[in-house]
Each structure stands twice: as structure tokens, then as C-alpha cells.
Design a protein around this ligand. Structure first.
Ligand SMILES: Cc1cc2nc3c(=O)[nH]c(=O)nc-3n(C[C@H](O)[C@H](O)[C@H](O)COP(=O)(O)OP(=O)(O)OC[C@H]3O[C@@H](n4cnc5c(N)ncnc54)[C@H](O)[C@@H]3O)c2cc1C
Length: 489
């Protein structure tokens, strides 16, 4: 980055920052769009460096996808959230934030496959025991065929389907990988980028996995997370504590503030921005020298002034989610953290039982279950009545023998927009197109899962937020810089 061409690096000493190469005392207003983990973590670190930070959050509370909902004495996450990281700086940072409220939990998950609940992710070779002799032969022979084809292949697979079939064979792909993946994304696996598989599937390939397990004395591969951290009163403690720390450090948060426009001041693209937002009672405006966006990328593109070359039709979309919360008059229904249901005929794809994550999530003697329904705003399920969605969920769970329908004493349905950035084939070109366009806006930065359109867990989001702040304050390595416009790589 060249600071003489309008880039903004921030220098926290005495609330000063460098703008166009000049140190401007007392300036440095930073407006952060969105109060999820990305916005709060960046905001807190900037406020701790003495900078003037305001977060605009459209919801009535902070936390975004990482919030914990409270309901009649119960608490539940938007789909169970575990915290896992190998980064010592991040773990130290989290321990400082949560202290004694950070619990260590041993993970237990199953997938309902072939009429049985099998440990998830599948652990080979043990998992092969779920197949009958004929199916087992199919699995092994299609794996051998895939390996053979790969040796002679001249092209590299680009889709999720290619990626998995090459490593596990077609039979295992059809039985195990495909149904759940298509349920989550709502598109065929051949339209989904291999990037997602590479990021999410921790197993190298069938044979390597079996070898590793056998040599390691039947221990799961090191990449399978067997333990994780969880905040005592739900994952939402993380954003709540971040928000409190941000306020203590002198930052501000405006909730119920929906960002409408981000307009360069004076039209020269170097004088900062005016950020306009709507509230319940009217609207407000803030002057910003630097804007950090964590809101959906297409919402940001719409908020910028219409310009020639603006990629208005950028092909980046997000998958939505419906959470069905059920309060159950019973000690517990399972011992699982998550249970996966890949079957197409079942409305939900995954459940989690909050009481198994932390006893503080449910009133004594009771339990609850949250079923996740992967859907899109353009699908009929999204528009179904809450009662219909909840009733179908309970009926199906009852029919599976997972719970007894008459023990369900309360229910709540929650619609969550923009839960997953969709890595459709070609998304990278679209993302690059958006980045190229955004580079003309100095001092405008993207970070987070939703803002940077990157399929990240919260640990990755926080890491990126810390890197962004280091970079803005001149403490990060040069290779992460992308012109004047910063996108955490
Ligand atoms: C079902 C599910 C399960 C998950 N499980 C895990 C897990 O086990 N472990 C883990 O670490 N992570 C998990 N994650 C991922 C984790 O939730 C995210 O990585 C993280 O919360 C993303 O934070 P963010 O700030 O980038 O985005 P968001 O949380 O999406 O924050 C963006 C914020 O911007 C706000 N906003 C949007 N538009 C506007 C606007 N116009 N004006 C103002 N504000 C606006 C939104 O309300 C939101 O608060 C899971 C996610 C989901 C959906």
C-alpha cells in the first residue's frame, strides 16, 4: 500500500490516524457496518487503540449469527456453535474475555445413516461396518476405480462432486457426502465449488484415513475436533462480552440501525464517507473517515452510490436458515451435541441439544432441541406458517423415535437470513469482480464471514478481524495488503 495515494492506516496513539500520509489529531472516526462477531472484534481492538468507533447494527441486539436467544428460561444458539482454534493468541484473547465461563466440552455427534445413528464425522475403517457385504463391495470397488481414474486423469476437478468422488469413490459420495451437502446448499453438488470441500472435509481420502486410524491405534485423525470450548451461558456470551468491552473502551453501538447508504464525501473518494441509516423512529447519519463492512456484500454494493462499472448483479448469494426451538419436559433426549439427518424427506438437516453443551442452557429437569432447516427466502418452506414448520419437525422427530411428541411443551420458529455464503461454481470470479470494483473506495474494508463472503467459523472471523486491525495500525505484514482496499485474504 502506498500511503500517499489516499490509503488510510490508523495509528492509535492519542486517537490519531494517518490519512493521505498526514497525521490528523483527533480525527479517525471509524464506522463499522454490522454488530456480529466480526464488527465487534474489530471495533473492540480499534477502540482499545484509542480510536473513535461506532457500530451500526440493524437488529435489536448484537451478535448476528453468533447470538444466543433466550426464551422462557431456555437459551439456544442459531445452530449449536462450538469454539475451536489452534491459534494461541486467539485462545488467550478468548480466555481473557470469558474467564471462568469458558467451558471445555468433549464433542459427541452422530449421523442418521442406513437406519442407524453412526458417529459423525464417519471414522474409517470402523464406519464401513454399517454397510452390508454388497454395499461394502460397491464402496471399496468405486474407491479403487476413482483412484485409478485419478492416476490417469488429465483435468483437475473443480466441483464438490469431483473433489469427493476422487478421494472417496462414487458409492460413498452418493451414500454419505451428497445427501447432506445438497440439503445444506439446496443446489446439486456438481454446482458447488471444490473450495468448500477442501475447507470443510478434514479427511484426506478413504485409504489415507484408514491407514492413519490403524497406525494411530484407532484414534480419530488429528484433524477431527474431539474437544471444543463453549461459553457457559451460550455462544452469544462472546458477542455480548465484546460489546461490553467495546463500550468500556469508549466505543459506541447503535442497534436497530439499518445501513442504507455509504456515500463518499465531496466525490473525490478520499475525503471519507457519510453513512446513512434508518432507525425505528427515523434516520441518522455519521461521518466516517474509515468504514469497515461486515454486512452482506450485495447489501454493501447497493448502499454505495450507483457508478458506471458497479457490479449490481454480482452473483454472490447466501443460504438462509430456519431454527425450530422445542422445549421438552424430559431430562434429555440424546447425549449428542449435534445429530445430522441427511434424508431428503426430513424437513430438518441437523439438531442440537443445548443442555448437552452447558447445563446452564435449560431449566433444571428439562431439555430442549433446536432443529436446523436449510432453506432460501425463495423457497416455500421459508414462507410456511410457523405452526406448520414446528408441527412437521415434531412429527418427523417423533416418527424417528428421537423424541416423544407429547413431551414438547413449547416451540418457537426463527428465520435467519444470510446464514451461509454459497460457494457456487464461479463464485471466485464474482468475488474478484466485486473486489476490483470496491478498490476505488479508499478506507472501505471488508471483514467477516458475511462481509467478506468467506465460509468461516467465528475463530476465523475473529482472527481476520485482529489481522485487519493490525494492518490498519501498520502492524501486519505487507503481503496481506490489497491496494488501498483491504480484504482479509
Ligand atoms: C447454523 C450455523 C452454525 C454455526 N456453527 C459454528 C460453530 O460451531 N462454530 C463457529 O465458530 N462458528 C459457527 N458458525 C459461524 C459463525 O456464526 C460465524 O462465523 C460468525 O458469527 C460470523 O460473524 P460475522 O460478524 O462475520 O457475520 P454476522 O454474524 O452475519 O454479522 C453481520 C451483522 O450485520 C448485521 N447487518 C446486516 N445488514 C445490515 C445493515 N444493512 N445494517 C446494519 N447491520 C446489518 C446483521 O444483523 C449481523 O448482526 C455457524 C453459523 C451458522 C449459521
Amino acid at each position: 500500500m502506498n500511503e500517499s495515494n489516499g490509503a488510510q492506516r490508523l495509528n492509535g496513539v492519542n486517537g490519531a490516524y494517518i490519512h493521505n500520509g498526514h497525521l490528523s489529531q483527533g480525527q479517525g472516526a471509524i464506522v463499522i457496518l454490522g454488530g456480529g462477531v466480526a464488527g465487534l472484534a474489530s471495533g473492540l481492538e480499534l477502540a482499545r487503540r484509542g480510536l473513535q468507533v461506532t457500530i451500526l447494527e440493524q437488529a435489536g441486539e448484537v451478535g448476528g449469527l453468533a447470538r444466543t436467544v433466550t426464551h422462557q428460561g431456555y437459551r439456544f444458539d442459531i445452530g449449536g456453535h462450538r469454539f475451536h482454534s489452534h491459534n494461541p493468541r486467539l485462545l488467550r484473547w478468548l480466555r481473557e474475555l470469558l474467564g471462568d465461563d469458558l467451558l471445555r466440552v468433549s464433542r459427541r455427534s452422530h449421523i442418521y445413516l442406513q437406519g442407524q445413528y453412526v458417529t459423525y464425522p464417519l471414522q474409517f475403517p470402523g464406519a464401513l461396518g454399517i454397510f452390508g457385504p454388497r454395499q461394502l463391495l460397491q464402496v471399496l470397488s468405486s474407491y479403487a476405480a476413482a483412484r485409478w481414474q485419478q492416476r490417469t486423469a488429465t483435468t483437475v476437478g473443480v466441483s464438490f462432486e469431483d473433489w469427493v468422488v476422487q478421494r472417496f469413490g462414487r458409492a460413498l459420495y452418493e451414500i454419505y457426502f451428497r445427501p447432506y451437502t445438497e440439503k445444506v446448499w439446496g443446489i446439486p453438488c456438481h454446482e458447488l465449488s471444490a473450495d468448500w470441500a477442501a475447507q470443510r472435509i478434514s479427511l484426506p481420502d478413504l485409504w489415507a484415513t484408514m491407514r492413519r486410524t490403524l497406525y494411530a491405534g484407532r484414534r480419530p485423525p488429528a484433524t477431527i475436533v474431539s474437544e471444543f470450548y463453549y461459553p457457559r451461558y451460550g455462544f452469544g456470551m462472546i458477542p455480548k462480552r465484546l460489546a461490553q468491552a467495546l463500550l468500556n473502551a469508549g466505543g459506541s453501538i447503535v442497534t436497530n440501525a439499518s445501513v442504507r447508504s455509504v456515500t463518499p464525501v465531496g466525490g473525490d473518494l478520499a475525503g471519507g464517507y457519510t453513512v446513512s441509516y434508518g432507525t425505528n423512529s427515523g434516520q441518522g447519519q455519521l461521518r466516517a473517515d474509515c468504514v469497515i463492512s461486515t454486512i452482506p456484500l450485495n447489501a454493501l454494493l447497493r448502499a454505495l452510490p450507483p457508478n458506471p462499472g458497479a457490479p449490481a448483479d454480482v452473483g454472490l448469494d447466501y443460504r438462509d436458515l430456519i431454527c425450530v426451538f422445542l422445549a421438552i419436559d424430559q431430562q434429555r433426549v440424546s447425549r449428542d451435541h449435534w445429530t445430522y439427518f441427511p434424508q431428503r424427506e426430513l424437513i430438518f438437516g441437523r439438531t442440537h441439544e443445548p443442555g448437552n453443551w452447558s447445563a446452564a442452557m435449560t431449566p433444571p429437569g428439562m431439555t430442549s432441541l433446536v432443529a436446523e432447516i436449510f432453506t432460501g427466502r425463495d423457497e416455500p418452506t421459508w414462507h410456511s406458517a410457523d405452526d406448520v414448520i414446528a408441527a412437521k419437525t415434531v412429527t418427523q422427530l417423533h416418527a424417528l423415535g428421537f423424541l416423544s411428541g407429547d413431551r414438547v411443551v413449547d416451540r418457537r420458529v426463527l428465520r435467519v437470513k444470510n446464514a451461509y455464503p454459497v460457494y457456487r461454481l464461479g463464485y471466485r470470479n464474482e468475488l474478484e469482480r466485486a473486489h476490483r470494483y470496491l478498490q476505488q473506495f479508499p478506507g472501505l474494508h471488508l471483514v467477516g464471514r458475511t462481509g467478506a463472503f468467506r465460509y468461516l467459523n467465528s475463530d476465523g472471523v475473529i482472527e481476520d478481524a485482529l489481522t485487519l486491525v493490525d494492518w490498519l495500525c501498520g502492524q501486519a505484514p505487507a503481503q496481506v495488503e490489497v491496494g488501498e482496499h483491504y480484504v482479509v485474504p
